[in-house]
Design a protein around this ligand. Structure first.
Ligand code: NAP
Length: 304
């Protein structure tokens, strides 16, 4: 029996692990992929304090992981398929094992939202990508498109501009959602051009993605954009498929917590991107991971 099982080894889960293990609790983190979550695949993180020159996401996440392990956190690489959270003993069910704990922290993060257009699935990994850091290099000196107008789209467009010949950002409105500092940098970048008020209707190609069918949402005009690759950054979906109905979520599926990161179920907490919150950053994930220790300790003490 573990004191606490943490589902997910991104920045929120690893920080929860560091605090829980350091407080002397027997702590298990279950992770379906590799530690680091989305932060681990981020090229450079510029706004995490302590790194005036920025830091590579993977480097930072390796340090988080090592720190958690150094404090005695056990990490197992298993996919959690369901949870039984109602009783005093929580059950965490993976594909081949059932783990028991007194408390559970959900830190399963979020994943990229799909565009949902014809050709997207067919050309996934063949010109369609959701990670510039992972796949950008395949498009060295080639032409790529980026779909979306948020911080992710603009940051990734700037990263791609360092590698690719031309980056075309396709946004469904005439104004970016991204923060001003990112916008200003992107507008100054000669390799980045913008197609405003437009959506991708279809991705065409033979073996690989070759053309995007764009539609201007104001004039309804269609045009073809020739590309070697398309990177889609249109937001995220919380990883909550394995969570029971009884755990309260908002209409988008993000887990609802109170200020102490408690969910509606006693002994069950949620931290990081998976929960409903205003700002999803490594810094806020770390904040959640640290803050959860106080209500966790209180719960474990009262539970006995
Ligand atoms: P986001 O802020 O939700 O932006 C998603 C973008 O995709 C929006 O521009 C949206 O258009 C567009 N979009 C959504 N659905 C679409 C569709 N079906 N077709 C075409 N376009 C679509 O997501 P994000 O950029 O991934 O950012 C997520 C969170 O992480 C945000 O809180 C962001 O601030 C944060 N973040 C911060 C940093 C940083 O601080 N350096 C870096 C990355 C991410 P509309 O604008 O019209 O809605």
């Amino acid at each position: 029996m573990f004191d606490v099982i943490i589902v997910g080894a991104g920045p929120a889960g690893l920080t929860s692990g560091i605090y829980a293990a350091r407080a002397g609790y027997k702590t298990l983190i279950l992770e379906a992929g590799v530690p680091g979550g989305q932060a681990g695949t981020t090229e450079t993180i510029e706004n995490y304090p302590g790194f005036p020159q920025g830091v590579s996401g993977s480097e930072l996440m390796i340090k988080f992981y090592e720190q958690a392990v150094n404090f005695g956190v056990q990490v197992e690489y298993k996919h959690v398929s369901s949870l039984e959270l109602e009783g005093k003993v929580k059950k965490v069910i993976t594909d081949d094992e059932v783990y028991e704990a007194k408390a559970v922290i959900i830190a399963s993060g979020a994943r990229p939202r799909l565009l949902g257009v014809p050709g997207e699935d067919k050309f996934r990994g063949k010109g369609v990508s959701y990670c510039a850091t992972c796949d950008g290099f395949f498009f060295k000196d080639q032409d790529v498109a980026v779909v979306g107008g948020g911080d992710t789209a603009i940051e990734e467009a700037m990263y791609l501009a360092k590698i690719c010949r031309q980056v075309t950002v396709i946004h469904r409105r005439d104004r970016l959602r991204a923060t001003r500092i990112l916008q200003e940098r992107a507008f100054k970048n000669e390799k980045i051009q913008f197609v405003w008020d437009s959506v991708v209707e279809e991705i065409l190609g033979k073996e690989k993605a070759e053309e995007l069918v764009l539609r201007n949402v104001i004039t309804q005009e269609q045009k073809i954009l020739k590309v070697n690759g398309v990177f889609i950054f249109v937001g995220y979906i919380p990883n909550t498929d394995f969570l029971p109905e009884s755990l309260q979520k908002d209409e988008q599926g993000y887990v609802l917590t109170d200020e102490e990161l408690k969910t509606n179920l006693p002994g069950v907490f949620a931290v990081g991107d998976v929960r409903q919150k205003r700002l999803r950053q490594v810094a806020t994930a770390v904040g959640d991971g640290a803050s959860v220790i106080v209500p966790l300790e209180k719960y474990l003490e009262d539970r006995g």
